[in-house]
Design a protein around this ligand. Structure first.
Ligand code: GCB
Length: 613
């Protein structure tokens, strides 16, 4: 009996960890927002999850019991009488908890959230609760029943709640735990703030009994007019006819889904205007089955490499980029809204960027939809950062799941051109295999985009730097991070006499360089932390990199100062990484203008070169 219970629990835990595939294009669906104020209980010892013998309530005969007790008024139950959501304060969702309550700035642990809501669905429609993301482990309970557990801090997930939903007085309880873990992705050690909480939108999504769960509508690899992709239905009526239409182009096709709800899609476009930074043209695409209809704006473009060139729609392009963390410095917290995206990408545009590196994990969806509209190319990154447990199969599965979910979410975004596998990972056989397997997986899901990773550099003598990494053989673009003139011996003068040895016949980009500067601190260019030091380092680095023959783009570190617990130098850092070209207060530093000047020049050079051709 005991064994049976254990097995039953193991099966539950397994499906829970995997979750259900997230529905794509939430803005294109019928939704009811659960954003707003949620009551919360800080639970560092996880009393709501474990009993006094440290046995999870979820493993008992009534999974979700612990959370259920948290739902009800203290006087109704004897267990956990110390807790009351009704008497608890509120946090704003979406949002990290660290920036909303002074007591939580450094908090790493469990917080319980509760939202009460009424919702009346129509007919035999189905209903899901969808989370844009919550960091890092999330257990979800509705009306006292466990829906599942999701692992991973930056990707969407949803649970079907059709059978549990009541017209009135629904209680949604969510346990979020942001404790760092050695075997997690990312792992214990990062250079950013471990913001916890329900950091992105929460929506109730209502769909027909059989609905369009997912689709890919993109140009076929190597073609500038053939659309290739698929549609996938979810529901009882899997075999159906689905029409895909682009009214503005008078293009359409009808496909028949099989018993698994899946159908490949292929059709050609006449006179399509290709999406580019200069002309970020998006077309309305309509996808309609016999019971569901979804629309989305999608752009069409090609991206490939040829020798050392990156070709966008067949034209050689230089990627004028900047790295961005998902953080609004003035607020000192996670970015989540369209307004936040406008601020961050607006700054990138002011720099004359045509490209951004969204570091070091998947950012919220507003960033990529706005990038589509603004014509900004995007690098998206899996949070495989520094010292992951390369030999642990479960860690690999976590990395793979997060990459899968990211590609599922953003595969229809024209702006996204690069999937990055990792950042600054130390070379070893286990690590290279790990990244190689991830790469093969990414290519199997999406062969239309480029694969890269931020690699490391090593010395090859006093004035030589070498880029040589076995993983470089598997990527389309060789990217590396380098901090000459900041980390290591010497200052910016080192940048005047360093040569680069890069043997790869591939485009080369520099995914990071930079220097710390406190906005408003002025001194000579030899004084660390001054705006002048950072400015000169930018000028010299850009000059040095321009001499690398395969140099096709750069994303300096970083757009704005960001919080990091590793950065504690008093009066200078005070908990902030100061490598932003914009200060924590939103004020631009001198390096901002040095970078913009370089980008204005590069834009001209590439424009003239394309005119000559
Ligand atoms: C790096 C990391 C980045 C750090 C940066 C720094 O190489 O990729 O996450 O924040 O250096 O400031 O040292």
């Amino acid at each position: 009996m005991k064994i049976f219970k254990l097995l039953a629990f193991a099966a539950f835990a397994c499906t829970a960890a995997m979750g259900q595939d997230a529905i794509v294009n939430i803005p294109g669906r019928q939704t009811f927002s659960l954003n707003g104020k949620w009551n919360y209980i800080i639970d560092p010892y996880e009393n709501g999850y474990y009993d006094y013998r440290y046995k999870p309530f979820d493993e008992m005969s009534n999974p979700g019991a612990g959370a259920f007790f948290l739902d009800v008024k203290p006087k109704d139950k004897t267990d956990l009488v110390e807790y009351s959501f009704d008497l608890s304060p509120t946090l704003w969702v979406p949002g990290d908890w660290n920036s909303q309550d002074d007591r939580l700035l450094f908090y790493e642990g469990t917080i319980w959230y509760r939202k009460l809501f009424d919702y009346k669905k129509t007919g035999d429609n189905r209903v899901f609760v969808h989370f844009g993301a919550a960091n890092y482990e999330t257990d979800v309970y509705l009306n006292g029943k466990k829906l599942g557990k999701h692992v991973g801090g930056f990707t969407p997930f949803n649970y079907e709640i059709t059978g549990l939903l009541k017209d009135e007085n629904n209680t949604l309880v969510v346990k979020v735990d942001n404790k760092r873990r050695r075997d997690a992705v990312p792992t214990l050690n990062t250079d950013w703030w471990n913001y916890g909480g329900i950091t992105r939108d929460v929506n109730i999504v209502e769909v027909p009994a059989t609905f369009i769960e997912d689709y890919k509508i993109q140009l076929k690899k190597g073609s500038s007019n053939v659309v290739e992709g698929y549609v996938k239905l979810n529901g009882a009526k899997q075999s159906d006819q689905v029409r895909i239409e682009i009214p503005e182009l008078k293009a359409s096709v009808v496909v028949n889904t099989g018993k698994d709800g899946y159908a490949p899609v292929s059709f050609s476009l006449k006179k399509v205007q290709l999406w580019s930074p200069e002309n970020p043209k998006l077309y309305e695409v309509v996808i309609a089955s016999s019971s569901d209809r979804v629309t989305e704006k999608i752009g069409f473009r090609t991206i490939e490499t040829r020798g050392t060139d990156i070709l966008l729609n067949g034209q050689s392009i230089f990627l004028r980029g900047i790295c961005i963390h998902e953080e609004v410095p003035q607020r000192g917290g996670r970015a989540y809204s369209m307004e936040d995206a406008k601020l961050l990408l607006g700054w990138a545009k002011e720099l004359n960027c045509n490209y951004v590196r969204l570091a070091h994990y998947p950012h919220n969806e507003n960033m990529v939809s706005l990038a589509d509209e603004m014509g900004i190319l995007v690098w998206e990154e899996n949070p495989v950062y520094w010292t992951i447990l390369w030999d642990n199969p479960a860690t690999y599965e976590l990395a793979k799941q997060q990459l899968t979910d990211l590609i599922r979410r953003d595969k229809n975004r024209a702006s996204v051109i690069i999937w990055s596998m990792a950042n600054e990972t130390p070379v070893s056989e286990a690590r290279t295999n790990f990244l190689k397997n991830l790469t093969e997986h990414a290519r199997s899901l999406d062969d239309t985009r480029l694969i890269s990773a931020a690699l490391e550099v090593h010395g090859g003598g006093p004035n030589t730097r070498v880029v040589e990494d076995p993983f470089a053989d598997y990527v389309d673009i060789v990217n590396f991070n380098q901090y000459l003139g900041w980390y290591g011996a010497g200052g910016p003068e080192r940048l005047d006499n360093t040569d680069w040895r890069i043997k790869y016949d591939k485009p080369v980009m520099v995914s990071e360089f930079g220097a710390g500067a406190l906005q408003g601190f002025h001194a000579d260019a030899e004084t660390r932390w001054s705006e002048e030091y950072q400015e000169v380092l930018y000028e010299k680095t850009l000059n040095m990199l321009s001499k690398i023959p395969q140099f096709r783009g750069v994303s300096p570190w970083i757009l704005a100062d960001f919080r990091s617990p590793r950065r504690q130098l008093p009066n200078i850092q005070d908990g902030w990484n100061r490598k932003g070209v914009i200060g924590e207060n939103g004020v631009k530093k001198k390096a901002f203008y040095a970078l913009k000047k370089f980008y204005d020049e590069m834009e001209l050079i590439y424009k003239n070169a394309s005119v000559k051709k």
